[in-house]
Design a protein around this ligand. Structure first.
Ligand SMILES: [Zn+2]
Length: 321
């Protein structure tokens, strides 16, 4: 195998993640990531963490539905970054399929994994998910993945994508520019989306772009970027049932807002059905304290219904219909 020696920048960025990983409050899985890139250039590091409100109400031992109460480091980075389109992420450990889908949706183009992450018990427990799902998601999305050997000052390619590859995207998010944000406009946008998307679950949010224009962002649930239901239906299966190749609409809205550099308005987030446990934790992590839900009885699973009850009973997330 040919090794590159040109990764000095990525190696330094990885060191930034390694330097903060022990500040994670997680007792066993301490993980950190650095996101970097962009014009103008940025770089910031985050560990996995419990949002304050979840930590205060539930501590570190209670799951929210079927999800841990933590934001994964990769998602924490994406939600804090100015614009994630084309950015790179260094992460201390092999990433989970949910983060793979989210990074793909956020437009991340390169992922670096620290060599030590492959030695940990955590990596061996997650090995098959990483190989069978996270890496497949990256391949379809067109994300190159490298192992970083910091001491040897080199990058080892795990997956290199042809720069000419463009993933199919058969259900892109819909971005509309609006005059202003108001309850009436928000409700109109929801009614339009419901009419257009019919049976699909969807999410919609209002925010502002970098030109300070008011925008609406609408997404329906869809397979991870690069997968097409028409072409891939027969190939898509999960090996454990824990993960799905589908990216849920609220996660899509959050990731695309980051991708485009939008600042979401905390008053206007809508989901047509109850978001999944993992989405709800991400919503809280993204700073929302309220959201609108179309049908509060309709959810992917009972875990989501349990999660929404936990968050609304503890007043972490106010649910409006
Ligand atoms: Zn993850």
């Amino acid at each position: 195998m040919e090794y590159e020696r040109t990764g000095m920048n990525a190696i330094e960025q990885m060191q930034k993640a390694v330097d903060v990983v022990n500040t994670s409050l997680h007792p066993t899985n301490k993980i950190a990531a650095t996101i970097f890139g962009g014009t103008p250039a940025f770089s910031l590091s985050r560990t996995n963490y419990w949002p304050d409100s979840i930590l205060k109400a539930f501590g570190t031992n209670t799951d929210i539905g079927s999800s841990s109460g933590t934001l994964h480091a990769e998602v924490a980075c994406i939600l804090s970054a100015p614009v994630t389109e084309g950015a790179s992420i260094c992460v201390t450990d092999p990433f989970c399929p949910n983060c793979a889908k989210n990074m793909a949706e956020a437009g991340i183009k390169t992922i670096y994994i620290d060599h030590k992450g492959f030695d940990k018990d955590f990596a061996s427990r997650r090995g098959s998910h990483f190989q069978n799902m996270s890496m497949q998601v990256c391949e379809r999305a067109g994300i190159s993945v490298y192992e970083v050997r910091r001491k040897e000052d080199r990058l080892v390619p795990i997956l290199e994508i042809d720069p000419s590859y463009t993933p199919p995207n058969d259900a892109p998010v819909i971005v509309s520019i609006l005059d202003h944000a108001s309850e009436a406009i928000f409700l109109d946008m929801i009614a339009d989306a419901r009419a257009n998307l019919q049976e699909h679950k969807f999410a919609l949010a209002l925010g502002r772009n970098s030109n300070d224009e008011v925008v609406a962002l609408c997404a329906r649930s869809h397979l991870a970027i690069g997968y097409s239901k028409r072409i891939d239906a027969s190939e898509l299966h999960e090996d454990s049932g824990k993960y799905s190749f589908i990216l849920e609409p609220v996660n899509r809205v959050l990731m695309n807002a980051a991708r485009l550099g939008l600042t979401l308005n905390p008053e206007y987030l809508y989901s047509s059905t109850v978001p999944t446990s993992r989405e709800l934790v991400n919503v809280v992590g993204a700073g929302f304290t309220a959201m609108h839900i179309g049908n509060t009885h309709l959810a992917r699973d009972d875990d989501a219904l349990r999660a929404i009850k936990q968050l609304s009973d503890s007043k972490i997330l106010k649910i409006q219909q």
